[in-house]
Write a protein that binds this ligand. Structure first.
Ligand SMILES: Cc1cc2nc3c(=O)[nH]c(=O)nc-3n(C[C@H](O)[C@H](O)[C@H](O)COP(=O)(O)OP(=O)(O)OC[C@H]3O[C@@H](n4cnc5c(N)ncnc54)[C@H](O)[C@@H]3O)c2cc1C
Length: 831
């Protein structure tokens, strides 16, 4: 066995093997270690389905890559991975489900995934064994199907070896130590003893420049060895195999195999297996298992079948394919399937560690293995993947995540596989957990909360109603929350709104090196003391890594505000960059103050009058005037007895301030603001209205318009990029040029729906030229609004385009940037 490699991949399931293949293909000296046999984790017992259907953009790309890649493996390796390209039929029992498929199809179109729509009559004609009288229709993917999980893994392993990778079995990784420029990885030879796999006395140390962990069900142990948090924990998942169904056997004499059939409303998939059926339900109450590690006695083992738990799904399968009733049960599989709290895997750099990459938590690991290998290898070899992988980044879960939390959320993610994936869905498990002090007051005011990085944050207010996690108001169109959000948005434009923005990520950076560091780290000129700037930190590829509002508190002290959802992600990036640059720029200290500082945003034409009632100053008449407190400046003010770092910005595009205050005084401040707002129309406003309002101002949001697949110049943020200075990622940004351009569009859409920011954009003659990244309703223009990326030649204001919503094309027009109050008159108003 080699003891020195460029990349060490730990874990020989489908995922690790796919990664080893792509790293070796990219020319890296790669070795894969497996503690047992290849595929002996979850891979061997997977049903092998390769569903292209996915509501996420990055995951859709990953699945699409895999499906295409697996079709090439036999030609490359001579091994047939057993890919049955039978297609995939997703049926709908409700109109809501058809709406879900329409939204999914919008995402699929932006990725270029083909699909076809079928009516119940067409389903019955093509597949007469399926009962269709209670169906609304179906969406069919002709290009996917199912594969043999072990065979595809072996084919990727052979391909990896052909590209020069070494694969060593029966070696378990037991320790990782960072040696400054490489990892020293301690490994132990594993041997069979009485049917168990146990450690022998033979050990070795492997020096690896980079390590990737793809340890499947062993993720909790891996996290412990690395000293990090990792919420990947397995849940039980079962499928059953029936004896041959005579009607199916007969039908197959003259017909092709059925596609993989999914009755999402009944929560199951079915595929053919040797004249019978495989039924895979995603039932309720499947328990999390092995939260602290897989016992040695559990090798390629299974749990006992729990037929009672899947009885409902079994009965609905017989309802849907009535001939299956005669087919007895032949086999069953109840295996561990890895989940994470949001159901997406963890792919990317490990928090706090160098050259350590995670590929853990895969619930669709057979489908994702090829694509994960491709895009992760791009990240490792080239510095960035061609798609934005942030939605899979391990650091989307912060250090606050516990084992108990992960178990409850992973169970929820499992039983939500087939729920309607409403874009406005909020999931209830393990909530409320992180609450700002004003939570109870907001709750009493009817707040319906969303969850951002664990924080409860009001989405909208339904006065008089209990918080119900939006269970009753979700929709693919305009949900029951829409009227509330519209009233809030209108109130903020006309009078004043108060928004709880406590979830913002907040860092303090101080020290002699801080100014030179931030000047190099971010794209914009640094603000003068007392002023603020919007600025961007770039990836090495010149794309946007993080957006910051920087407040300069003193010559060498800065307060950095970034998106609430990305606290650990932003902290890790900053901390690593500071550690790298301290020798060059001088000492700095970084503190995450997210939990110490609450934030209220007050905005609207009456906001100054409201604050004037409670501000205390030697000259209270002028303290909030343009002269003493101009737009884009910051000041310490006192609001009665609460000291506040006030920042004159408003993400809504109205006169307004962000009030950063001591968390422990939040309720005091809230009460004073609400009292002062009486008679001024001060209205509590949630995140949904805010999201609409910021689009009227063309304010880009991180995670939608801003991410690692576009540069700030492509995002149209030239005014925040100071090309006269050097900064991280500048050369790569300039070299990239403008591949597409961010635009705002006003849309004449359907009367009952707005875009969600996933829809494909077309020219009026039908050429697909881009996609929406945000969507909503504009109270200022009385129609739908969206933001997105289009071909640069189509970014001119006035350009007419089409957007696909609810399976139809609707007129859209590119507006000038900031269609509402383009010259910022309202924001700058004096008083
Ligand atoms: C019943 C069932 C049906 C499923 N059906 C499907 C399906 O149809 N389609 C689909 O896409 N997915 C399906 N899945 C999920 C799929 O099985 C997993 O997502 C996938 O196998 C995960 O692959 P992996 O490589 O991440 O993990 P694993 O296959 O578990 O591989 C991890 C490997 O790492 C090794 N390892 C762990 N720790 C160490 C260490 N310290 N040193 C060395 N080696 C180590 C383990 O021995 C193991 O072989 C199903 C799962 C179940 C339970």
């Amino acid at each position: 066995m080699k003891t020195q490699v460029k990349a060490l991949v730990v874990g020989g399931g489908a995922v690790g093997t796919g990664i080893a293949y792509h790293l070796a293909k990219a020319g890296w000296d790669t070795m894969l270690l497996e503690r047992d046999e290849l595929t002996s984790g979850s891979t061997w017992h997977a049903a092998g389905l390769l569903p292209l259907f996915n509501m996420g953009y990055a995951t859709s790309h990953i699945h699409d890559y895999s499906v295409k890649f697996y079709k090439t493996l036999e030609a490359e390796t001579g091994l047939n991975p057993g890919f049955s390209v039978v297609g995939n039929l997703r049926m709908a029992q409700t109109d809501d489900r058809m709406d879900e498929y329409a939204l999914y199809a919008a995402t699929a179109e932006t990725v270029g995934i083909p699909h076809e729509w079928l009516t119940p009559a067409q389903i019955a004609e093509r597949y007469p064994l399926i009962r269709t009288d209670d169906l609304k229709g179906a969406i069919l993917h002709p290009t996917d199907g199912y594969i043999n999980p072990a065979d595809v893994t072996m084919a990727m392993a052979k391909g990896a070896r052909q590209h020069g990778a070494a694969i060593e079995r029966r070696w378990q990784v037991d320790g990782y130590e960072w040696a400054g420029d490489h990892w020293d990885v301690t490994v132990t030879k594993m041997v069979e003893k009485g049917g168990n796999l146990v450690a022998s006395d033979e050990t070795a140390v492997i020096a690896a420049e980079h390590v990737v962990t793809a340890t499947g069900n062993h993720a909790p142990r891996t996290a412990r060895l690395l000293g990090i948090k990792n919420p990947a924990i397995v849940v039980e998942h079962q499928y059953i195999v029936t004896e041959p169904d005579p009607a199916l056997v007969e039908w197959r004499k003259t017909n092709e195999q059925h596609p993989v059939i999914r009755d999402a409303d009944a929560k199951w998939y079915v595929r053919e297996e040797r004249g019978g059926w495989i039924l895979g339900p995603y039932e309720q109450n499947a328990p999390a298992r092995f939260p602290y590690g897989v016992p040695d006695s559990f090798r390629a083992d299974l749990f006992p079948l729990d037929l009672e738990r899947i009885e409902e799904e079994y009965m609905s399968f017989i309802h849907r394919i009535p001939t299956s009733e005669t087919a007895g049960l032949k086999d069953d599989f109840n295996g561990p399937i890895c989940y994470t709290p949001d159901g997406n895997p963890l792919v990317g750099p490990a928090p706090g560690l160098r050259n350590m990459w995670l590929a853990e938590g895969f619930s669709f690991g057979i489908t994702a293995a090829g694509g994960t290998g491709h895009y992760l290898a791009q990240m490792m070899v080239e510095g960035e993947a061609e798609i934005d992988m942030a939605s899979l980044d391990p650091k989307r879960f912060g250090d606050w995540v516990t084992t108990e939390y992960a178990c409850r959320k992973n169970e929820e993610a499992y039983d939500h596989v087939y729920v309607l994936h409403h874009p406005d869905e909020e999931r209830p498990a393990a909530r409320p957990l992180k609450t700002a002090p004003c939570y109870d007051r907001m709750n009493a005011a009817g707040a319906q909360f969303g969850c951002v990085n664990g924080w409860e944050r009001p989405n909208y207010f339904k006065p008089g109603a209990e918080a119900d996690f939006d269970l009753t108001s979700r929709s693919f169109r305009r949900g029951a929350w829409w009227e509330h959000a519209k009233a809030e948005a209108t109130a903020l434009r006309e009078t004043a709104g108060l928004i709880d923005a406590t979830a913002f990520t907040k860092h303090m950076l101080r020290g002699p090196g801080a100014t030179a560091f931030l000047d190099w780290f971010t794209t914009n000129k640094l603000p003068k003391v007392g002023r603020i700037n919007l600025t961007y930190a770039l990836t090495g590829a010149g794309t946007t890594r993080t957006e910051y509002t920087i407040v300069r508190l003193a010559e060498d002290a800065y307060y950095l505000v970034s998106a609430g959802a990305w606290q650990a992600y932003d902290h890790d990036f900053l901390a690593k960059a500071i550690a790298d640059k301290t020798d060059e720029f001088g000492h700095m200290s970084l503190t995450d103050v997210t939990g110490q500082s609450g934030v209220f945003a007050i905005a609207g034409p009456n906001s100054r009058a409201i604050l004037n009632k409670i501000v205390r100053d030697a000259d209270p008449e002028t303290v909030l005037s343009n002269k003493r407190f101009p737009w884009l400046s910051a000041r310490r003010i006192e609001l009665m007895m609460c000291p506040v770092n006030a920042i004159r910005v408003a993400y809504t595009g109205e006169l307004g301030w962000e009030l950063h205050h001591p968390m422990e005084m939040q309720n005091y401040l809230f009460d004073r603001l609400m009292e002062a707002g009486e008679g001024h129309g001060l209205t509590l406003v949630g995140a949904r209205a805010q999201n609409w309002l910021r689009q009227e101002k063309s304010y880009r949001a991180f995670g939608t318009e801003l991410g690692r697949d576009a540069t700030p110049l492509e995002a149209g943020l030239d005014r925040f990029v100071d090309l006269s200075k050097e900064f991280h990622g500048k050369a790569a940004m300039e070299e990239t040029g403008i591949r597409s351009k961010c635009v705002t569009l006003l849309i004449d859409g359907p009367s009952d729906a707005d875009p969600w920011g996933r829809e494909a954009l077309y020219t009026t003659d039908g050429t697909r030229i881009g996609r929406l990244t945000s969507g909503g309703y504009s109270v200022a223009f009385g129609k739908s609004i969206g933001m997105g990326y289009v071909r640069p030649d189509l970014a001119e204001p006035g350009t007419k385009l089409h957007v696909r919503m609810q399976r139809e094309l609707w007129d859209a027009e590119v507006t000038e940037d900031s269609p509402y109050d383009p010259t910022n008159v309202r924001i700058r108003v004096d008083g």
